[in-house]
Ligand binder design. Structure first.
Ligand SMILES: [Zn+2]
Ligand SMILES: [Zn+2]
Length: 88
């Protein structure tokens, strides 16, 4: 019976496929400049953002960076009282 051998080579092919997938994911991460940093958070309706609160929005998700102070060169844009990380 050689069924064991063919199963083994299939396993190797799967592993090679997974490895190349992981590589292309890593590459995609590297090639896209905006990268959300900090922890994803939920903002209360009553919260008012300041330049010191460390919140910013990326798409529909809010993030919090501790010790962050929003400013001219921080990479976030103030829009309608909300700090946004531009996606392009
Ligand atoms: Zn805030
Ligand atoms: Zn900022």
């Amino acid at each position: 019976m050689s069924a064991g051998a063919s199963h083994h080579s299939l396993d190797i092919m799967k592993r090679a496929l997974l490895a190349s997938l992981a590589l292309s994911f890593a590459w995609a991460c590297h090639s896209s400049p905006p990268h959300p940093e900090g922890a994803a958070v939920i903002i209360k309706d009553s919260h008012i953002h300041t330049r010191y609160c460390g919140h910013y929005r990326f798409g529909d998700q809010w993030y919090f960076i501790s010790q962050h102070r929003h400013g001219v060169d921080c990479g976030h844009v103030l829009e309608n009282g909300e700090w946004i990380l531009p996606s392009d």
